[in-house]
Write a protein that binds this ligand. Structure first.
Ligand code: ADP
Ligand code: MG
Length: 396
């Protein structure tokens, strides 16, 4: 059965276990320092409230590894959620994940209240998808909504186990939006279809490269990954970060595949190089002739112009992986230039990947990009063509 969405479920007066991704960063004073993920879940939570449901939100936070870690309690997340919900919604944060105390709080919920369970990963049964824990979670609610796209690639109690115990189940609006945009990348697309891949390693992204190479018209490579490609085709990459023989072989396979399928594969023609990552003095050199004492740390101006030109002509764009060490100002220009070109292209554009998303946010062009995926690992696995267990569990 296809996934039902939250707006197709009977919700009035039902207790709905709503798996969200509230795995947000906290600052030294235990305050939420980036609430993007909380905001992303608001449409679903607001909808549940508007339909008269009683939302029981639950998430993990950090990696407590099955034990109570006081610094990873959900309390600060609940405070921020209440601020964002506004009005007179109360957010009741439980001190335990499951049990009688939690059930009592849920039974006493008033209309408009939201319950936020304590950090799911305080319980070892969560990541083990352990049956006893699954049953305890399921016993708290009448129905299940999953809106945690960022953990959909994990088969945990709250993302997979619980779904088979509750017949009212479906996906939230965030997951719906993610599938709509990421799904497009693997289906019928407006062409030309361009993929821009960068970041750290070919070996991290080989699944994405292999799945996209048969679908795209144009593949552009940047970042440290480009060094492996350049070396694989016979270039000199100097002291650049470059992969071992497995990475080189993977790069060679992609080059061959592109050639045999007639897909345009672009590698950097010039790079911004320096002797070390903290350098302030940089030089632009030909991408295949990096001197032995220098490292390629960003794509160069000719490559920026070339990639921007190609992106301007694309109708569908997928981008993962920064073009350079964007965290350091001298090596941020390449990533900034492609962010701008993606934004100005007018194409359907999708950006995925943890570092890529933070680079786009920093660039100021986020507002002009069609979809910025909230799921780092989950969006990569989706684009690789893998089945995400959290989505499969909603289908059955
Ligand atoms: P994402 O999280 O978006 O999937 P990755 O984790 O693959 O992206 O890659 C991001 C990292 O790659 C960044 O920390 C960036 O500094 C690094 N990087 C990009 N280009 C280079 C380069 N030329 N040399 C070394 N590191 C690079
Ligand atoms: Mg990363």
């Amino acid at each position: 059965m296809p996934i039902k969405w939250v707006d197709e479920l009977p919700l009035a007066e039902k207790k709905i276990f709503c798996r969200v991704d509230f795995n947000v960063p906290l600052d030294g004073e235990q305050r939420v320092s980036d609430d993007t993920r909380i905001r992303a879940a608001l449409p679903t939570i607001r909808y549940l409230l508007a339909q008269g449901a009683r939302p029981i939100c639950a998430s993990h936070l950090g990696r407590p590894k099955g034990k109570v870690v006081p610094e990873l309690r959900m309390e600060p997340v609940g405070v921020r959620l209440a601020e964002l919900l506004g009005g007179d919604h109360r957010v009741l944060v439980t001190e335990e994940v499951v049990g009688d105390g939690v059930r009592k709080i849920i039974d006493e919920m008033r209309e408009g209240d939201v319950v936020l369970l304590e950090n799911l990963r305080f319980c070892p049964g969560e990541t083990k998808n352990e049956e006893g824990f699954v049953k305890e979670l399921a016993a708290l609610a009448d129905g299940y909504v999953n809106d945690a796209f960022g953990t959909a690639h994990r088969a945990h109690a709250s993302t997979v186990g619980i779904a088979s115990h509750l017949s009212i189940k479906g996906g939230g609006f965030l997951i719906k939006k993610e599938l709509e945009f990421l799904g497009r990348l693997l289906g019928e697309v407006d062409r030309p279809y361009a993929a821009l891949l960068g970041g750290a390693k070919v070996s991290d992204k080989i699944g994405v490269l292999e799945n996209l190479i048969s679908r795209v018209d144009l593949l552009m490579i940047g970042g440290a990954m480009a060094n492996t490609f350049l070396k694989a085709v016979g270039g000199s990459v100097g002291a650049s970060k470059v992969e071992d023989e497995d990475g080189l072989a993977a790069a060679r396979r992609i080059v061959d595949r592109a050639r045999s399928k007639g897909i345009e594969l672009l590698l950097p023609v010039d790079v911004v190089a320096a002797g070390e990552i903290d350098a302030t003095v940089t030089t632009v050199v030909a991408a295949s002739e990096v001197p032995a004492d220098l490292m390629a740390l960003d794509i160069g101006p000719k490559t920026r112009a070339l990639y921007a030109d190609k992106l301007a002509g694309a109708k569908t764009i997928f981008w993962n992986g920064p073009m350079g060490v964007f965290e350091k100002e001298p090596f941020a220009q390449g990533t900034l230039a492609v962010a701008r070109a993606v934004a100005e292209s007018g194409a359907i554009s999708v950006v995925g990947g943890g570092d890529s998303v933070s680079a786009v946010m920093k660039s100021g062009y986020a507002g002009s990009i069609s979809h910025i995926s909230t799921g780092g690992g989950a969006s990569m696995e989706f684009v690789e063509g893998k089945t995400l267990p959290g989505l499969a569990a909603l289908e059955g």
